[in-house]
Design a protein around this ligand. Structure first.
Ligand code: ADP
Ligand code: MG
Length: 576
């Protein structure tokens, strides 16, 4: 449809905000436009980390010359008309803002020729829009020069050239993965950095983006059969790393929903959890997952950069993704439980841990007992501190609804709420550590910057002593930004951007109370419901619960388990 300015009531319903935060987000918007225009080849050229010049050329449909002026007008789009259409957007763009925003903060030039027109048109922003007819190949070339030259605040916020370059690189790489049928070329400062063939094969793209060596350690994921049976079809395809290929950060868990690159920490977490027992805390897998869901089950209109989506039923998506990843790991057939892996540090890219190939994975730390061979179990029991038992020995039978552990004991059946149980266990462990004044600190990746809401930021400053005593090392970075330098054991492997606000929520009103800090950490770090647990993880949890001083209720007052005595069961079945 032609480009038109959106009606005001439609604009009012579009997630507002600034889409262009840095050069990489400009590249993202321009690539999305090229994809929406049906391009089969997209070239990205960058000078000076994108500050100096960004150019995205495509061989797509082009813009009809009489509509070209509108392309730079705010809220003008060819992709959406009516508010109802927002619930089933199939193009990547729909807000009609990217080109207008870019033109406002740079010197933007667009050269475009529509496929059905003989002449192209060139438009330049800056001091009013200048337009002229020009000969050009069919397609569109957008050039952004001197990005943010007139917004010094944003210019100042940019990182070093190399950081911006890296961001741009991964934006291009991500789209190349989501659209293996499009040939992408990325040139930075005159050098070709990425080039994909457009052959249509994801494997080809990944071998380029991650390197062949790393790609060889990745496993294909597909739930094609399973999704055919599901009521709402959630397709999960892609590749995930074998456990010996991992990183210290979760930034190579790359997710797409209906062809849109998204960030979703809960979904990433679901994928990390699929590796439970296979990766040591603080080690994260690489994953590229293309998730497909009917568009009416995904709301894309929640975030100005369109980097986040809202699922109508997130749980279903998480479980589908988690299951598909588990299946892929399982299908590999030769994946051993986590070893005492040396943790990765200082590696800038995918790191292959050859040490895992060695049989020394029997050197298990007590707390990482994922091996279930009888002799190491016995060893673990022998090593366990002689804490008195508060529950009989329970045998784990299984898990229900990814939330409850079913266990059997001499006195009947136990249904354990995994979240409440874990909260209790963590609480006791943190108390013990805090009392002894030795909450272990584990250094994190230094570049992890965390943005908090202003009230949370203030609270965190007030509660800084409590956080320090709990084993956090958090540096105030200015504004509402913080850098987390070290974490206590229970927080390892968790999404800190989720954990801290949850803790702060519990600490509101008592930011100076250590006891509340302990409770808040236990509450926020406890494994949630909807988290698939491996048998070994369940056994470990139950074994710890058996020795908790107060195993019946969680510190926040929730019931930990429901017990059905043997008599009750017999009664129910009329056998009493
Ligand atoms: P949106 O993508 O949300 O519609 P943009 O500001 O990114 O908004 O683009 C405005 C309009 O300009 C698009 O709707 C499209 O019609 C046109 N356009 C932008 N880039 C291209 C391109 N590379 N090829 C063809 N048309 C384009
Ligand atoms: Mg767009």
């Amino acid at each position: 449809m032609p480009i038109q300015v959106l009606a005001e009531e439609v604009v009012a319903r579009i997630a507002a905000g600034e889409a262009v935060e840095r050069p990489a987000s400009a590249v993202k918007e321009l690539i999305e436009n090229a994809i929406d225009a049906g391009a089969s080849a997209i070239h990205v050229e960058v000078l000076g980390g994108g500050r100096q010049l960004l150019r995205v050329s495509d061989n797509g449909l082009g813009i009809p010359s009489k509509e070209a002026d509108l392309a730079f007008t705010r809220h003008a789009t060819s992709k959406l008309r009516r508010a109802e259409e927002l619930s089933r957007v199939t193009t990547l763009g729909f807000r009609g803002e990217a080109l207008a925003s870019l033109a406002a903060v740079s010197q933007a030039t667009i050269i475009t020729r529509h496929r059905d027109e003989a002449m192209g048109v060139m438009l330049k922003s800056g001091g009013g829009l200048r337009k002229q007819a020009i000969g050009a190949p069919a397609g569109t070339v957008v050039t952004i020069e001197r990005l943010f030259y007139n917004t010094p605040a944003r210019l100042k916020f940019l990182k070093s050239d190399s950081t911006e370059k890296r961001h741009i690189h991964w934006v291009v790489a991500r789209y190349a993965m989501a659209y293996p049928g499009i040939a992408f070329v990325l040139k930075q400062d005159g050098r070709e950095r990425l080039q994909t063939s457009g052959s249509g094969g994801l494997a080809d793209v990944l071998a380029k983006a991650f390197g062949l060596k790393a790609f060889k350690l990745m496993l294909p994921v597909s739930n094609a059969d399973e999704s055919a049976r599901a009521e709402i079809k959630i397709g999960v395809e892609g590749y995930v790393s074998r456990p010996e290929l991992h990183r210290a950060r979760r930034d190579r868990i790359i997710l797409f929903v209906n062809g849109r690159a998204i960030q979703d920490s809960a979904l990433s977490q679901a994928i990390v959890q699929a590796y439970e027992g296979l990766l040591k805390a603080g080690a994260y897998p690489l994953a590229v997952l293309l998730i497909r869901s009917p568009s009416e089950f995904v709301d894309v209109n929640v975030h100005p950069t369109k980097a986040e989506v809202r699922f109508r039923d997130p749980q279903q998506v998480f479980l589908a993704a988690q299951r598909a990843v588990r299946q892929a790991l399982h299908a590999a057939g030769d994946i051993a439980p986590a070893a005492d892996i040396l943790s990765e540090s200082g590696f800038t890219d995918a790191y292959i841990d050859y040490s895992r190939a060695a049989p020394d994975w029997l050197r298990l730390a007590k707390d990482e007992l994922f091996d279930d061979s009888p002799q190491s179990h016995a060893q673990a029991l022998a090593d366990a501190p002689a804490k008195p038992r508060t529950l009989p020995v329970l045998r784990v039978v299984g898990q229900v609804g990814a939330s409850y552990i079913v266990a059997e004991g001499p006195a009947g059946l136990y249904l354990i709420d995994q979240n409440a149980a874990h909260e209790r266990i963590l609480y006791e462990e943190i108390c013990a550590g805090a009392k002894a004044g030795d909450m272990a600190k584990h250094p994190t990746d230094e570049s992890q910057v965390l943005m908090l809401s202003p009230p949370d930021a203030k609270l965190l400053e007030q509660a800084s002593q409590v956080f320090r005593a709990l084993g956090f090392e958090i540096e105030i970075f200015g504004g509402n930004a913080f850098v987390v330098r070290a974490l206590p054991e229970p927080a390892l492997g968790l999404d800190i951007a989720d954990l801290l606000p949850r803790m702060l929520e519990r600490l509101r009103g008592s930011p100076l109370e250590m006891s509340d800090g302990v409770a808040a950490l236990a509450w926020a770090a406890a494994k949630r419901r909807g988290h698939v647990l491996l048998d070994d993880a369940m056994r470990q949890l139950v074994a710890k619960l058996e020795r908790c001083p107060n195993p019946l209720v969680s510190p926040s007052g929730r019931k930990v388990f429901i017990h059905f005595s043997s008599e009750q069961l017999a009664d129910e079945f009329g056998r009493g």
